[in-house]
Design a protein around this ligand. Structure first.
Ligand code: GDP
Ligand code: MG
Length: 484
């Protein structure tokens, strides 16, 4: 079971390193460094006034840094549409097309949506429901909907958090509630929201549970991390006991419910919504277009992979047969057979990256020398010999190791190309500019994925069947004996 650390990160040693890290990640770090010094000094002195000061610039900073207008929204939708059209072109009757197109049509309408959706999220019992209730009593604007998410950070499953955040991604603005010190998971979720370009206010609720200077110092730290987008609230303060001394000497006592303290929040929220409402909606549309594009790209990659797989297999066995018939020292396998320029061209065609034969030969040669440098040739030849021996094949016909190795290396090269092409945006122009570093990483990754002993054993068996069909029955008996 997964136990999440509910460790506060503001107080204690981690605080400073996180602060420094955050400072580094800020683009406008020079301004912020100045504020950092100032805020820390004030926090030590318990200067609540600074926190209570409203600095409207901050809450809008996030948005101001981005180019968000109707045209950006339209162009994001157009890019998504291009991928969907590509899918339609390559797989006319693809099952996903209908819903993808419905969603695109929906996005175009979204650009003019009037109602602004605010998601209220955070852990369990931080005060989400209470805050919504209080806000609804004061919020007079009727084009704002406040939606509470399911509580985050329940320890049962991580998936539900992902699902909740996927819901949150559809809203225009986020109120993220906390009751004080941020936990690691809260911190990470805030980072995620930031990375996804989701405008967020961190609501530090239940102020009434803190001493004034305590809450002030937490608030100022939170403000540093949130670039000012923090407000302090007490949506439902604890009732306080009121005592009244009457003239006749008697004392009366009763409990009184203090009014909710949410002015900071309503002020900031009103301001953001009034000044940025339209941009918030466009930004949401851009975000949704990005998600839809990723989904369409995924389908596109799926259909392309379905076409690429048999091609790789075909070249794999061509390479095997060639190396088997003409056994060469292991290291020469590459040069002679494994990475066929024709395979590079065929796969490139599927991924809309057209190569001339000459370019394909360069790619093949580059991949070959990368595979050598990474030691993949040696590793796989050794691994395949080992598997052959342990499979109780008493004699290994000359050329089998070479044949199976050639097939295996072809496979790794083919799958790597597929993976590499997938990462490229749809290129209309020819894909000559090979990103070597990218290719190297992909080769290493794909090799790692296809190196498991289970996979190799299956692969060797398949190779044997291809190269030495008549030996197969004997080999199978041998394996069964060895196992039993
Ligand atoms: N002391 C205090 N308690 C609060 C405050 N806001 C909410 N609560 C209490 O916290 C508990 C959980 O609130 P709720 O709104 O249900 O949290 P949710 O799970 O996030 O929806 C309830 O008992 C609320 O009365 C606050 O500002 N101060
Ligand atoms: Mg609730």
């Amino acid at each position: 079971m997964l136990v999440k650390l509910q460790r506060p990160i503001l107080v204690g040693g981690l605080g400073l390193s996180f602060s420094l890290w955050m400072l580094q990640s800020w683009h406008d770090s020079i301004v912020q460094v100045g504020e950092f010094g100032l805020l820390s000094a004030l926090a030590v002195g318990g200067g609540l006034w600074l926190f209570q000061q409203n600095r409207p610039k901050d809450s809008l900073e996030q948005l101001d840094g981005m180019l968000v207008d109707r045209a950006t929204g339209e162009s994001a939708i157009a890019k998504t549409e291009a991928v969907i059209n590509q899918l339609a072109q390559e797989a006319e009757n693809h099952l996903a097309l209908e819903t993808l197109r419905e969603q695109i049509a929906q996005l175009l309408l979204e650009l003019d949506r009037q109602e602004i959706k605010v998601a209220v999220t955070g852990g369990k019992s931080v005060g989400k429901s209470t805050l919504i209730q209080v806000l609804q009593n004061v919020e007079t604007r009727n084009l704002v909907s406040l939606e509470e998410t399911a509580p985050l950070f329940r320890e049962v499953s991580d998936n539900s958090d992902a699902a909740i955040l996927a819901e949150v991604a559809k809203s225009d603005f986020v109120l993220f509630l906390t009751n004080g010190d941020l936990t690691d998971s809260e911190f990470q979720t805030l980072q995620q929201l930031k990375a996804a370009n989701q405008p967020t206010i961190l609501v530090f609720n239940k102020q009434d549970q803190y001493l004034t200077d305590e809450s002030a110092s937490i608030s100022s730290q939170l403000k540093l991390w949130m670039q000012g987008n923090v407000v302090a609230t007490a949506a439902s303060p604890i009732p306080i006991k009121v005592r009244k001394h009457e003239a006749d000497g008697s004392v009366q006592e009763w409990m009184e419910q203090p009014a909710p303290a949410i002015q900071q929040l309503t002020q900031q929220l009103d301001q953001v919504l009034a000044q940025q409402g339209q941009r918030l909606v466009w930004l949401t549309t851009i975000r949704k277009a990005g998600l839809l594009k990723a989904e369409a790209k995924n389908w596109l990659n799926g259909t392309r992979r379905d076409r690429a797989t048999p091609i790789i297999e075909q070249y794999q066995w061509i390479a095997a047969a060639a190396a088997f018939a003409n056994p060469v020292p292991a290291l020469d396998i590459l040069a002679t057979a494994a990475i066929n320029a024709q395979m590079v061209m065929d796969l490139g065609n599927i991924y809309q990256q057209k190569f001339s034969l000459e370019q394909a030969q360069t790619v093949a040669g580059t991949m070959g020398s990368l595979m050598l440098k990474l030691g993949l040739v040696e590793l796989s030849t050794k691994a395949i010999s080992t598997v052959l021996k342990s499979n109780a094949v008493t004699f290994v016909a000359g050329g089998v190791v070479q044949g199976v190795s050639a097939a295996y290396l072809t496979r790794v090269a083919g799958l790597s190309l597929v993976e590499y092409f997938q990462q490229q945006e749809i290129a209309i122009d020819s894909g000559t500019g090979l990103n070597l570093e990218n290719l190297r990483q992909t080769l290493q990754k794909v090799f790692g994925q296809n190196q498991q002993i289970g996979f190799l054993q299956g692969f060797v068996k398949q190779g044997m069947k291809r190269l030495l069909p008549e030996v197969q029955p004997i080999e199978v008996v041998g394996v069964q004996k060895a196992v039993g």
